[in-house]
Design a protein. Structure first.
Length: 123
């Protein structure tokens, strides 16, 4: 195999690996097997259906047409109706001690699964 063809194949393989790593996980998949994703960083994309904010902290709910998931943010929240891609860690809502009590979650989040955001990008 020529060096040029080998380089092209390695490049294609690298692009395929990177695009898989950046791919969104469906909310339905997370909700159907939460133990698989708990404490792991995942990426989800969808529309914001609810948004609660105090100063630059809060929570918002994302709907990706397969399900809905609350996202807790210490970096501000997108407005209702925004299309977002969010990276974060899946956690039980009652286990959010790392936020230091700075985020008051909506009553609907007394228990259940949430994503603690590390970053989001609104479109």
């Amino acid at each position: 195999m020529s060096h040029r063809l080998r380089g092209v194949l390695i490049g294609c393989l690298a692009v395929a690996c990177l695009s898989t790593a950046c791919a969104s996980t469906s909310i339905n998949r997370i909700l159907s097997d939460p133990s698989r994703y708990r404490n792991d960083e995942v990426t989800i994309s969808g529309s914001v259906t609810e948004s609660v904010s105090i100063v630059d902290r809060g929570a918002y709910r994302i709907d990706d047409r397969s399900g809905q998931l609350w996202v807790v943010s210490t970096q501000g929240v997108p407005r209702k109706g925004a299309r977002v891609t969010v990276k974060g860690t899946i956690r039980d809502a009652f286990d959010l001690g790392n936020l230091g009590g700075r985020v008051n979650l909506p009553p609907a989040l007394a228990s259940g699964l949430v994503m603690v955001e590390t970053s989001h990008r609104a479109r």
